[in-house]
Design a protein around this ligand. Structure first.
Ligand code: PHE
Length: 357
């Protein structure tokens, strides 16, 4: 019996995993285990023998069972320790940055502008970039002979000699979306229309494709005062400077009457631009009250409705806000430029969360 005891206690001590341990249990104290079989032999013994062997066998069985249980616990403790060591995590480490690219300043500023105007109740409307000559010019009170057509350096779409469909252009501004919004929804209207526009021009501040955002509000009793308030409210929020000051300068556009260009106060101390201080003025947008002929082109009765419109260069206000000196770099797709001027891909500009951070 001592041999049996030594054999099983040694084997249990050496077991490396739970399945080995289970095999040992079956061999020793299972139904047909060695110790169980010995216990069955008790019946054939004399009462004297049985009195000695019975308690001994029972004690051995108990000893093996508790050795098995203790080893089982030790194995599972060791497994847990190993897991804790392997899965250790320092939650105080900074997050690992992921290379996801950055948001282009044009996309960022478009989102910022959209967030600000959405807060004032403006929806977003869009129109085609290949636009009918009529929507881009005629409907906006720019007839065929008008000098504005030449001034805009328009790209005309090619037409085959025998193609007599009306001419199309790459839209030179977002103003045709005014007409499309009137056609689509009638009055009242409150929309902004961001998008790409095209003019044949190329230097530090001009590229053949650039971005504008149009604004259009039409209702029963809209005045220049509403236009002024909306634009001041926009500039204060957009430039994120308290003392933003605007200057409305009388101007002329065929599609607005009266018309005003809007300048923003700035300084150019040591070659860096600061918004909201100094003695310089920078033009940022064109605006005015929608011309009655334009309302009529959009099938809206100018005797019942009136409104204001404005058009602003997105790339231009991006350059001003973020101090980007050359417009051409916007469209070079240079990754170094994007990493420098781009924005974190998961930060959505919102009025409450901050526009740019
Ligand atoms: N469409 C004009 C431009 O491109 C801007 C503008 C829009 C002016 C709306 C007045 C009203 O210069």
């Amino acid at each position: 019996m001592d041999d049996l005891r030594d054999k099983y206690l040694a084997a249990i001590a050496n077991a490396g995993d739970e399945s080995t341990l289970e095999d040992l249990r079956v061999q020793a104290v299972g139904k047909k285990g060695e110790i169980s079989l010995k216990m069955r032999e008790l019946g054939k013994m004399t009462p004297e023998e049985r009195q000695i062997m019975g308690p001994k066998l029972n004690a051995l069985k108990d000893e093996i069972n508790s050795a098995l249980a203790a080893k089982k616990q030790a194995l599972s403790d060791a497994a847990l320790d190993e897991r804790l060591r392997a899965e250790w995590l320092d939650v105080t480490l900074p997050a690992r940055g992921r290379r996801m690219g950055t948001i282009h300043p044009v996309s960022q500023v478009t989102e910022e502008v959209t967030a600000i105007f959405a807060d004032m109740g403006f929806a977003v409307a869009e129109g085609p970039q290949v636009e009918s000559d009529w929507h881009n010019f005629d409907a906006l009170n720019i007839p065929g002979h008008h000098p504005a057509r030449a001034e805009m350096d328009t790209f005309y779409m090619h037409r085959a000699a025998d193609d007599d469909r009306p001419p199309h252009v790459l839209r030179t501004h977002t103003s045709p979306v005014q007409i499309r919004s009137m056609e689509a929804q009638g009055a009242p209207i409150r929309v902004i229309c961001p998008g790409r526009v095209y003019r044949a021009d190329y230097d530090q501040t001009h590229t053949p494709m650039f971005h504008q955002v149009e604004g259009l509000a039409i209702d029963k009793d809209i005045s220049m005062a509403n236009l002024k308030w909306v634009l001041e409210e926009f500039c204060r929020a957009f430039f994120e400077v308290d003392g933003v000051e605007l200057r409305f300068r009388a101007s002329h556009f065929p599609f607005t009457e009266p018309s005003a260009e809007v300048d923003i106060r700035c300084s150019w101390a040591d070659g860096t631009l600061k918004i909201g201080e100094g003695d310089d003025w920078l033009e940022i947008l064109g605006s005015g009250m929608v011309h009655p002929k334009v309302l009529m082109a959009g099938d809206i009765d100018p005797a019942a409705w009136q409104g204001f419109a404005f058009g602003m260069g997105i790339d231009r206000i991006a350059m001003l806000k973020y101090g980007i000196p050359d417009l051409r770099a916007f469209f070079d797709s240079d990754l170094r430029w994007l990493r420098h001027y781009g924005f974190a891909s998961l930060d959505q500009p919102t009025l409450h969360g901050g526009l740019s951070r």
